[in-house]
Structures are given as C-alpha cells and as structure tokens.
Design a protein. Structure first.
Length: 100
C-alpha cells in the first residue's frame, strides 16, 4: 500500500461489504476477539483511525512519527526486525477504495 489512500465508504456500507457469501461445504477460518473477550454475537465496530508504526527504538524524547513506518512489503515483512514480532498477533483491516 502506498502513501496516500482514499475511502469514501460509510461505516454501514463497509460492514455490508464484509458479509461472507460461502457454501456450507467451504471451510473458512475466522478469528475475532476484542478487549471484552470476543464473545459470540458481539458486533463488529468500524472506527476512523490513523495507523502507523512507532518503532521500539524510538527515543522517549522524540515525537513519534506514525507515518514513517506504516508500509511493509508482504514478501519481507516476516524478515524485517521492525515488523516480524508484530505479524503473529497485531493485524487490522484497512478499508480503502484506491491508493497512489
């Protein structure tokens, strides 16, 4: 994903677009949790947010730059020291309609 992204979808349209349409014979692995424990029947919530990575080596005296490291190549994300420890547990979906 490049440095500029765009999404004009309303939250209710994003939720509708994420509806799965699968056959009963298809296996789909789903993993969903929340701070409250991820109980069944819990609704998904859509928030507008800014994203990025503040590296662990950032000095406490520095102002964090979230945009410096928000982009990772899928081919090397598991090899880069900045990202590899994050891959197994910290993921999110970023809904965009286009990027430059």
């Amino acid at each position: 994903m490049c440095g500029r992204a765009r999404c004009t979808l309303r939250p209710d349209n994003i939720a509708r677009a994420c509806n799965l349409n699968t056959l009963p014979t298809q296996n789909i692995q789903m993993d969903r949790g929340s701070e409250r424990g991820g109980t069944e029947g819990e609704e998904a919530i859509v928030h507008c947010m800014k994203w990025g990575l503040v590296p662990s080596f950032t000095k406490k005296s520095e102002k964090p730059d979230h945009y410096k490291m928000f982009n990772a190549r899928s081919e090397s994300v598991c090899e880069k020291a900045s990202f590899r420890r994050l891959v197994p547990k910290n993921r999110c979906l970023v809904a965009v309609e286009g990027y430059v």
